[in-house]
Ligand binder design. Structure first.
Ligand code: NZQ
Ligand code: ZN
Length: 393
């Protein structure tokens, strides 16, 4: 096991009506004026935003709202939001939504507390290291990105087409209000994409060069099995609290780092997928399932036994020949993605067949023009990225 330092300070408030505890808890943090950030309007339509507003007011808090965060959130929105938050002198940020809203809120929080720096040019590009942020909490409406407890946030610069993450402990929110019932109104495709993303956050930690990490393996495998076991109910049964709560809990566990402690994470599939979202604005979870099987078939020889073990754990594949088991396991995962309505190639993702020029562009973006490799399980150079994009084409 590799040495590690782990700090996940986010307080989780989980269960029915969890969001109604927000006002009192935020007030107890010493806040007086809250910026409530939300997305394209789902929380307005289903009445959640009004309930949160009443809850904050009842707790003696002032608040203003900032709506309009888009999926694959963009830097220009954050820059405008920082100006608003500074003008209004807010001292707490509450994200009400999914990963895009929470990531936007994280960027706002950093921008407000470090207003002499530009959020993208300085903070996101890591030209400066920041040491403070604005206190932040979220009311989660979609089990997916895990941003409610994660140490990362992802923004897209619409001028350059770059979709880039920033990881640091300051990204871990103070609190996460997690009521599985709030996910009932999410479109089925978004729920499926969330499930794909949750699985991927653990898979991207499971395939690592670092060996001998038994506890973490068991946690990771338990999580993957549980998500797969409850995913069909979450998608098919209406308002099913049991499956929605299991998936929501797994969403946070999968990306808070617990499933990868003691080893280096890989995250190549995320990098390959982010470039698809940066160029074609596709949904994050779908971009990942589009690339996973191509990545796996391209990389499995790095550790055939690991792929064979996963095939056995998840799909009870028991073959004498490890390579046969590994390949059958990849096929089975691909079948599973299809069974929950997720794409595994470009045409299913809805971006058609791409020409050589576009594939080369994606590979360039992924590897900074061929100057970097991605991941550590099988480090991906530009030509590897080209090969994998071609396999998914
Ligand atoms: O914007 P609204 O109207 O709220 O609608 C959203 C949006 O259209 C809708 N939705 C969410 N909850 C709903 C709902 N509609 C009805 N009822 C509900 N209860 O779903 C759509 C997608 O929302 P979004 O927030 O974009 O989804 P998700 O949570 O999957 O977040 C994706 C973003 O998170 C980033 C992704 O790259 C992407 O930008 N990620 C963030 C990570 C992190 N911070 O740690 C890690 C992840 O790997 C990921 O990269
Ligand atoms: Zn993800």
């Amino acid at each position: 096991m590799k040495s590690f330092e782990y700090c996940c300070p986010t307080e989780i408030i989980f269960g029915k009506d969890a969001e109604l505890k927000a006002g009192k808890k935020i007030k107890a943090c010493g806040a007086s004026k809250v910026l409530v950030v939300y997305g394209g309007g789902s929380v307005k339509r289903n009445g959640l935003l009004d309930r949160i507003g009443t809850n904050l007011t009842t707790a003696g808090l002032q608040y203003i709202t900032l709506g309009g965060v888009k999926p694959n959130p963009v830097v220009s929105f954050v820059r405008d939001g920082i100006k608003l938050a500074l003008r209004e002198k807010v001292d707490f940020i509450l994200a009400v939504g999914g990963g895009s809203v929470i990531d936007t809120a994280k960027a706002l929080a950093h921008g407000v507390a470090n207003s002499k720096y530009d959020i993208w040019d300085d903070i996101w590009q890591k030209k400066v290291e920041i040491h403070k942020t604005t206190p932040l909490a979220s009311v989660l409406t979609l089990a997916a990105a895990g941003s409610e407890t994660s140490d990362s946030a992802v923004l897209t610069n619409e001028e350059t087409g770059q979709k880039r993450g920033l990881s640091m402990v300051l990204n871990r929110p103070r609190m996460a209000f997690m009521n599985p019932e709030l996910t009932y109104s999410a479109p089925k495709f978004q729920v499926a994409c969330g499930i794909g993303d949750i699985l991927m956050h653990t898979l991207e930690r499971y395939f690592s060069k670092d060996k001998d990490n038994y506890m973490t393996d068991f946690i990771a495998e338990g999580l993957l099995k549980n998500v797969i076991a409850f995913s069909h109910d979450a998608l098919e049964k209406e308002n099913d609290y049991l499956s929605r709560s299991e998936i929501m809990y797994c969403g946070s566990l999968s990306h808070c780092d617990l499933t990868g402690l003691g080893r280096q994470k890989d995250f190549s599939v995320h990098k390959l997928g982010h470039e698809l979202s940066g160029k074609f604005d596709v949904t994050h979870g779908a971009s990942l399932t589009t690339m996973w099987a191509s990545w796996a078939r391209y990389s499995y020889k790095t550790d055939i036994a690991r792929f064979a073990r996963l095939a056995n754990v998840l799909w009870q594949i028991d073959e004498k020949d490890a390579e046969t088991a590994a390949l059958k396991g990849i096929d089975k995962m691909e079948e599973y993605f299809h069974s929950i309505g997720l794409p595994t190639c470009f045409s299913e993702l809805g971006i058609g067949v791409q020409d050589e020029k576009n594939i080369s562009y994606l590979a360039d973006m992924c590897t900074d023009g061929g100057s970097k490799t991605v991941g550590n399980f099988k480090p991906i150079a530009k030509q590897d990225a080209i090969n994998m994009y071609k396999m998914a084409n």
